[in-house]
Design a protein. Structure first.
Lengths: 257, 259
């Protein structure tokens, strides 16, 4: 039986109301558990239910059949949109979530960590989407979360920057034993950061695969996993054509033959 | 639809405002000349003289002070109760469903009816006067603040939930900045309506205040006195709005301005 420091999620069914008043099922039989210090990446195309799983795991959506048991401790979350308060400066947006009674957060240090040195006094409206998302990541890190939820964390970032942020998240996870859940629709990004990759497939979506990424076995082992995934699943690009190249995947995922 | 033109760089709203005001005074002076009836339409000079006399004998400062106190008490209570009720109605569909019929009734109830009933039920006293104004004003504050509460960003609510923000911090840093434009709108319209209602209350059932004095001048058919009190009090309200409410509104909306 999983201990207290384990996240357990079991979603038997999750549906959203449709425009005709009926319920549109989006998830079924999604179950997983994870201990502290792990990074789980949910991979699948847009609209597959990745964000919904994250919201359920974070406790923002209780309207589903099933249960969630979260490890005790603080939660940090980076939403798909930055969700910064536009009337607060960057520094005040980060300070906003600081734990009461805890030492004041090292805001310049946090901003430097996410590549935004000197942005403390800027207004959110002065930031690009990518910069605002990095502020949101800094905000999530400032609470030293025990569980960190990242919804498409590297969207709108160039590859170099996203690799840098992935390294920060990995370092946090291993150094502070932070459990990280992230959603991504880019396979290579998910493989680059995750310890486990959970692939959503079908309609309503279910877990098509839950695979460990051989993190300590070098790049060739990860490349083999990638090849295995490509052979087990039909990855389709947004035009519906199979993806066989090394390019990043904007994929639809369907169970393999 | 044509796009509004930007004002030229040397445009000064204050200068136009002063010109407009001077134009009004000149027009008034000309009308008084043409009417040739100081009792019916006194000249600006005559009204200023009456105002000065009322200031010197202490009547105007006393009555204006009393009315201001009533306005501030009624305005403060109406804003506090109306904001709390409006926020509740905007955040809870159940509360809104419960309050909405009351709101509709009170919004459509003539202010005079409220004043008369307050005086009959409570008596011709200070509490009835302030209460009548508060009851008359609360619904408009509630409706404005309800609109603001319904427009609160749910995304930021979720941020507050995730980071378990303390209630007070949530209110100060998340809710109030979003409600501020609505509170400012409710405050500005509220103040101008409140003082007009207070004058009616004083006219009907108080032995002092600007409304009472207006009634006295009306009984004597003294238009100069009516205008002296009317303009003086309007000027004070205008001063409060421009010196306090408008700068506050600008302050809370500072983040909206372009960089």
């Amino acid at each position: 039986m999983p201990g207290d420091e384990t996240l357990e999620v079991q979603i038997n069914a999750k549906a959203f109301p449709a425009s005709d008043g009926s319920k549109r099922p989006v998830l079924r039989d999604v179950a997983f558990s994870a201990g502290m210090g792990l990074i789980l990446a949910f991979f699948g195309p847009s609209g597959m239910g990745k964000s919904t799983i994250l919201r359920i795991a974070a406790g923002l959506d209780a309207d589903f059949e099933g249960f969630v048991r979260r490890p005790p401790g603080r939660l940090g979350m980076m939403f798909q949109e930055p969700r910064l308060a536009p009337w607060l400066s960057v520094a005040d947006n980060i300070r906003l979530v600081a734990t009461k009674g805890a030492p004041a957060p090292d805001i310049p240090g946090l901003l430097e960590e996410v590549g935004l040195r000197g942005a403390s006094e800027r207004w959110p409206r002065e930031l690009s989407l990518g910069m605002a998302r990095r502020v949101a990541l800094a905000r999530a890190l400032t609470v030293a979360p025990d569980m960190l939820v990242l919804d498409e964390p590297f969207a709108s970032l160039d590859p170099q920057l996203s690799a840098g942020l992935a390294a920060i998240v990995r370092a946090r996870a291993s150094r502070m034993r932070t459990l990280v859940l992230l959603a991504s629709h880019e396979l290579d990004q998910a493989l680059a950061i995750a310890d486990r990759i959970l692939i959503l497939s079908g309609e309503p979506a279910t877990l098509g695969a839950d695979l460990s990424v051989p993190r300590g076995e070098g790049a060739s082992a990860i490349a083999r996993l990638r090849g295995d995934l490509l052979s087990r699943f039909h990855f389709l690009n947004v035009q519906g054509n199979p993806i066989t190249t090394e390019s990043e995947v904007q994929a639809s995922v369907h169970p393999g033959p | 639809m044509p796009i509004a033109k930007r004002p030229p760089a040397n445009f000064s709203a204050l200068r136009y405002g002063v010109f407009s005001l001077l134009g009004f005074i000149v027009l008034w002076w000309l009308s008084a000349k043409l009417a040739a009836s100081p009792q019916l339409l006194p000249s600006p000079g005559k009204v200023i003289a009456v105002t000065w006399q009322q200031i010197l004998n202490g009547e105007m400062p006393r009555n204006v002070g009393i009315t201001l106190l009533r306005v501030l008490a009624a305005f403060g209570l109406a804003m506090a109760i109306g904001s709390a009720g409006g926020y509740l109605a905007g955040r809870s569909p159940r509360a809104n469903a419960l309050m909405n019929p009351w709101l509709i009734i009170t919004l459509n109830l003539p202010v005079l009816v409220v004043i008369i009933l307050a005086f009959i039920w409570i008596g011709l006293n200070e509490a009835a006067a302030v209460l009548a104004v508060v009851i008359a004003k609360i619904p408009t504050v509630m409706v404005t603040v309800r609109e603001g509460a319904q427009a609160l960003d749910p995304g930021l609510d979720e941020v507050a939930v995730i980071y378990q923000l303390p209630q007070l911090r949530r209110l100060r840093r998340i809710v109030l900045p979003q409600l501020a434009p609505y509170l400012a709108a409710a405050g500005r319209s509220g103040l101008s309506i409140t003082w007009k209602i207070v004058l009616i209350v004083e006219l009907m059932g108080r032995p002092n205040g600007v409304g009472f004095e207006l009634n006295v001048f009306f009984q004597a058919f003294d238009v100069a006195g009516v205008l002296a009190y009317g303009f003086s009090f309007a000027a004070i309200m205008l001063l409060i709005e421009t010196a306090i409410l408008q700068p506050w509104e600008r302050h809370v909306n500072a983040w909206r301005r372009n960089a």
